[in-house]
Every structure is written in C-alpha cells, then in structure tokens.
Write a protein that binds this ligand. Structure first.
Ligand code: MG
Length: 375
C-alpha cells in the first residue's frame, strides 16, 4: 500500500463510514476490514463453483467466478497503487463485484430476470449489493456485512433509476448523475481487462477458438508478433501466455497513463471533485476500437459458440424450472427462505436460486424436476 495517497483518493478520513457504527478495527484499516469480511462471507466461497463462461464441471483449468474475482482484485490493486489510490478499497470492491452472480453466468442471470419480470426484475450487480447489505447472516447486530459506504458504492456499478430511488444513499449518484470514487472506476475497467484476456486464454484452452482466428484481432496479432520476434520457436501454452500477458500489460498500462493524464487535465484535487467530474478512469482513444474488436470477436466466436450455447440452453431450463418449482411449492425452500418468502415469494426464490452454485442447481433440479437430466 502506498504510504502517501493522492489527494483525490478515498481515505478513512473522508469515508462516509458504516451504517451501523462499530469500534475501529485494531491493526488494520477500515477498508482492509471490508475486504476481510468479504473473503470470509458465504457468497464469496460459493464463487468457486459458479460459471464464468464455462460451466463449473467442464474442466478444472478454466476460470470460475472466484479466480476471475481474484484476477480483477490483482489488476485493481496494481492500478490503484500506480495511481496512488486506495488499494484496499479497490481490492474489497473487486473481490465483491461478482458476489451476486447466479449459477451458470449470464444465462442464469437473464433467465432469473425473466422469471422476475413482474416482481422487480433481477440484476446481478444489484444482487451483489443485496448480499453485502442484507443476505449474509454472520453478525449479531446487523444483517449483511455492514461495509463502508465507499465499498458498497463501488459494488453498485450500474442500476436503473427506478431501483436507484429505492436504494437510499448508494443510489443517489445515479439520480444526480455523479461518479463513484476513482478506485471504483478502476475496478470496473479491471473487470473488463480480466475477462477479455482470460476468456481468450480459456477459449483457446477449450479449443473453441484458435490462434488462426485470433489473427483477425489486431491487438492479439500485434502482441503475438512481438513474442515471435523475441522467441521465434515458441509454441503452445507459452506462446499464448506470452501474448496474453502483453495484452494485459498494454490495457492496464495505457489505462493508468490515460487516467493519470485525465486527472491532471481535470484539475481534480479531492474526492468531492472526483464525484462531480466526468468519468476519469479511461483508455486512450486509440486503444478503444482495438478493445471493441476483441470483445466483438469473443462475443461472436466464444460466447456464441454452438457448444457454449448448448449448455446455455440447458442452464436456462434449469433456472426457469427451479423458479417454477419453488413458486408452486414454497415448502421446498429452506426454512430461512420460507421466512423471507412471507415478505415476497418471488424475491425470496430469486435470492435462493441466485445463491446456488452450478452443481447445487443441477442437484436441486434433479430432485425437484422429474426427468431433469441436464449437464
Ligand atoms: Mg466480473
């Protein structure tokens, strides 16, 4: 951790603190305490068995939500350090950013959102906040983890105006059109850097995309040429890794440099200035079309690969079937969710399903939905 932070960094001195006041932590800072609470939460442990792109049981070497979150935390810390921002806050936000993800990745979230269309919808980002504010049951004095305002603000990357009105202080910025801390802005982009790169790596490993196809992606081709110029005989895993690590270096390095330049040009001095300024964490203009090209490539060739789509169809069926089964028979929910269902059946079911790991959802599907032989 930097000993001297930039004047616009989040510090404990300017923090809006916790909802329920607690004695200060001994031997660690408030944002380190937030990080520790996240790491010890149940939702965090479940990330190990939740899909990133590949369904959890498809292979032991692919990223899961847990390893993705760790990569986002690593990138966030490095970039926060380079800009003299609060690394501990960036790490806490990064580790928590995907806590609300359903089983089976985006397919699960989209299906749950459809199931909830008459009951307020379902959005994984909002669910991450709901977990740390309400659903984790660990402390005697409060629901959730009682995290600092800035950590919760960072977790809520986006949200509809309708939802923002219901969220109180963390929703305020969406109504006012102001920005979150620079630390939160960085984590948002670290997420993107992590998945764009690890999905290339995982996609190649799975054999769903090829090095030949990636020649059409300028940033990949450029980095590969650099590797081959230095190591002409390099092949296989090492060639892929040397190429991907160069792409990560370019993205993170140029993001830091551009953000530093934006900060200098903006005249931003304090955290209050950061809130009022336009978004300051950004890639240089020249890099953006290259990143768009990479994203489009992954979208067309990996996320929509026939083999991925097939498991997505099954995942959708599982989530929709489970939702229907609990709705028809709430007594199948565990007791704590039956209690929650008294305040809103659909929301309690969504909370329960969203918390499931991939394999638990498959098991419940087999138990509750006859003939459920999926995945
Ligand atoms: Mg993510």
């Amino acid at each position: 951790m930097n000993t001297v932070l930039a004047s616009c960094a989040v510090t404990e001195a300017v923090s809006r603190g916790r909802r329920f006041s607690e004695p200060p932590p001994a031997g660690r800072g408030e944002f380190q305490r937030d990080r520790d609470r996240i790491v010890h939460s149940t939702a965090f442990r479940r990330l190990e068995y939740k899909t990133q792109v590949f369904i959890n049981h498809e292979g032991d070497l692919f990223r899961t939500r847990l390893t993705h979150s760790l990569e986002v935390a690593q990138l966030s810390r490095s970039m926060a350090r380079a800009l003299a921002l609060n690394e501990d806050l960036a790490e806490a936000v990064a580790l928590a950013h995907d806590l609300g993800h359903t089983p089976f990745g985006h397919a699960g979230q989209d299906t749950l959102n459809e199931c909830m269309r008459h009951d307020g919808g379902f959005e994984h980002n909002l669910q991450s906040l709901r977990i740390v504010e309400l659903l984790e049951e660990r402390y005697a004095a409060f629901d959730g983890l009682n995290l600092c305002f800035e950590t919760r603000e960072g977790i809520l990357k986006h949200c509809s105006l309708a939802n923002a009105r219901l969220l109180g202080e963390v929703g305020q910025r969406f109504l006012e059109g102001t920005q979150p801390s620079l630390e939160a802005q960085l984590v948002n982009l670290a997420d993107e850097i992590a998945y764009n790169n690890h999905d290339v790596d995982d996609g190649l490993r799975a054999g769903l995309i090829s090095l030949e196809q990636l020649e059409s992606v300028a940033i990949f081709a450029r980095c590969r040429r650099e590797v081959e110029a230095k190591w002409p005989a390099l092949q296989g895993r090492r060639l892929v890794h040397e190429t991907v690590r160069r792409m990560i270096d370019i993205m993170a390095g140029e993001l830091v440099a551009q953000t530093r330049a934006n900060l200098a040009a903006s005249g931003v001095k304090t955290l209050a200035d950061v809130h009022r300024a336009p978004v300051l964490a950004a890639y240089p203009d020249a890099l953006r079309p290259q990143l768009r090209e990479l994203k489009t490539f992954l979208y067309d060739n990996l996320y929509h690969h026939a083999q991925v789509m097939q498991t997505i169809d099954q995942a959708r069926r599982i989530v929709a079937d489970l939702f229907g089964a609990y709705l028809a028979e709430p007594a199948q929910l565990p007791p704590e969710y039956q209690r929650r269902a008294q305040d809103g059946k659909a929301r309690a079911i969504a909370d329960y399903i969203a918390g499931m790991t991939d394999r638990y959802a498959v098991k419940e599907h087999q138990r509750l939905c006859a003939g459920g032989e999926f995945l």
